[in-house]
Design a protein around this ligand. Sequence first.
Ligand code: ATP
Length: 220
Amino acid sequence: MSPDPGPDRPLLLLGGSFDPIHHGHLRAALDAAAALGADSTTLLPAATPALRDPLAASAEQRLAMLKLAIGDDPALRIDDCELSRGGQTYTVDTLRSLRTKWPERSIIFLLGADAFSRLQRWQQWQSLLELAHLGVLTRPGQALQPPPLASFLAARSDTPRQLRQSSNGHWLPIEVTPLAISATQIRRLLARGLSPRFLLPDVVLDYIARAGLYGAAGTP
Ligand code: ATP
């Protein structure tokens, strides 16, 4: 959706349901771009993510909240290709389509350490490193459990430069600011009539209140 910095720059992607987007996502996106020497991180909202309960907000509402959250910050972008495609969202399909568009470009897909340790549950997970690099968002000192596949064990990199200068095939732990915020926590607070203020941008909270999302009717 936003203008792309160009094929000579790494394409950094943060997939998620963003139901709703919060400061944990936003700070991790900025930290990862800085750590990897990328201009920006592109937020990639999923249509219907596999492996989780149905989402509370619609695709349009989640996209509207993303747009409000990033404002005009040039370090954050949005790609709504998964929402346009609709149906069940599989990261491997998105990466295949991006790889067709950018055959040589460094593509780095960011995911949390928890998701990484359960990567075997993802559709065609063995193919992910053939299509992109993986950037694993970690807390300082956190031990990582790579998937039990020899090629994954061998694919660990310790240099952001290696990920920038090749198109795919490596994973790298990326330390991000520890912010123990989750969308689940925000939805639960709202459902109990409590305020999640300061866990997410005020503009997003205003949108939630106006739309009456997550049981938020009447919250400030
Ligand atoms: P939910 O609570 O609904 O499961 P969530 O807050 O974990 O949602 P997602 O949209 O599932 O948000 O997350 C998208 C991506 O952002 C995932 O890779 C996830 O690991 C990462 N992420 C989520 N919250 C944080 C956080 N507080 N700090 C760093 N990364 C995060």
